[in-house]
Design a protein around this ligand. Structure first.
Ligand SMILES: [Zn+2]
Length: 169
């Protein structure tokens, strides 16, 4: 009886050690799987984006539309803070690089590092550089070479594609 009990005890100990080792060994796989999920989180279908965004934001972010100039209140936003992507909340610009371009669209002379990606578009026949959020790929606006120092760039952004979060930067 006691030998049997010892045998069972040892077997459960082995099972316990084995499952602990396996749990430890599988941990990196779980972490990897969850980071894969976060990439997929922004790889939504058009219908999913339509449900998530306002019609105006959907038109700009997912269909590369352009809002009417002077139509968005962020054009006049002068407080200190960060401008995030309205699609996925990724921080794109800070108030430190915002300036009044007089165009009617929120304008910046630089973006946060790694926050945007660019590509050429030919919608107006003359090539323009379109830029989008690096995370959800939502279209934000176009970048031109007539901006102020120190970069000389003008990131002309649709206000509806941004969310402003006031705070010190
Ligand atoms: Zn985004």
């Amino acid at each position: 009886m006691s030998i049997n009990f010892l045998f069972l005890g040892r077997r459960s100990l082995i099972v316990f050690l084995f499952t602990s080792i396996m749990r430890f060994a599988l941990k990196p796989i779980e972490v990897f799987a969850s980071s894969e999920d976060s990439i997929d989180e922004w790889n939504l279908s058009n219908d999913q984006w339509k449900k998530k965004l306002s019609p105006e934001a959907y038109s700009v972010l997912r269909k590369e539309g352009t809002e009417r100039p002077f139509s968005n209140s962020l054009n006049n936003e002068k407080r200190e803070g960060v401008f995030h992507c309205a699609g996925c909340d990724f921080p794109l610009f800070t108030s430190k690089t915002k300036f009044d371009s007089g165009t009617g669209w929120p304008s910046f002379w630089d973006h946060l590092p790694g926050s945007i990606e660019t590509k050429l578009d030919f919608k107006l026949i003359v090539p323009r550089t379109e830029y989008h959020c690096a995370r959800c790929l939502g279209h934000q606006g176009h970048v031109f070479n007539d901006g102020p120092a120190p970069t000389g760039k003008r990131f002309c952004n649709n206000g509806v594609a941004l969310i402003f979060r006031p705070g010190s930067v």
